[in-house]
Design a protein around this ligand. Structure first.
Ligand SMILES: [Zn+2]
Ligand SMILES: [Zn+2]
Length: 176
């Protein structure tokens, strides 16, 4: 079984704690959005309540994102705390599900007595991604004319760009 899958069927104690570190490559990630570039440290307290398991903990790693302005990759630390209630898939009635959703904690489903820690950690990474990821608040982005990265290069586009209306005047002046 994958090391990312947590077997809960055998859990007898009401509480268990896990501290694990996963290699960066173990977690699947959508390369278009983010890439996990450092080992993932996971620390979870599992509380069992009959068929429900509440996982409270945090995960730490480093992800690489593309800057929304200059498109360059940059790294960002992730330190996300979570509180997720796992209920067995297909075993809760509709009414119960709705009630759980009203609650403040997030809910997830598990099946076959297995909780997918990979999915949990992946979700935490996505939650950590800002709406508009920036390599730096002061990122100058790309030149809209030539596409140069203005953080590392300079171009003459701005200086030579002339308002088309002024260009017409310039032309008229020359013609005189
Ligand atoms: Zn940038
Ligand atoms: Zn330019």
């Amino acid at each position: 079984m994958s090391e990312l899958l947590l077997e809960v069927g055998q859990m007898r104690d009401p509480e268990a704690r896990i501290e694990r570190t996963f290699a960066a490559g173990v977690l699947p990630s959508d390369q278009d959005v983010l890439r996990i570039v450092a080992p993932v440290a996971l620390s979870v307290l599992i509380r069992k309540d009959r068929m429900q398991f509440r996982l409270v903990g945090r995960m730490r790693t480093t992800i690489e994102l593309a800057c929304g302005r200059c498109l360059e990759g940059f790294q960002m630390g992730v330190d996300e705390a979570f509180d997720v209630l796992y209920i067995p898939r297909g075993q809760s009635g509709d009414a119960e599900e709705r009630q759980v959703e009203d609650d403040d904690l997030s809910t997830a489903y598990y099946s076959d007595n297995v909780i997918d820690l990979g999915q949990l950690m992946q979700e935490q990474c996505y939650l950590a991604v800002p709406m508009k990821p920036l390599c730096a608040e002061s990122c100058r982005g790309l030149c809209p004319v030539c596409g140069a990265n203005l953080n590392t290069a300079s171009c003459d586009c701005r200086q030579t760009w002339v308002d088309p209306r002024l260009a017409v005047l310039e032309q008229l002046r020359k013609e005189k």
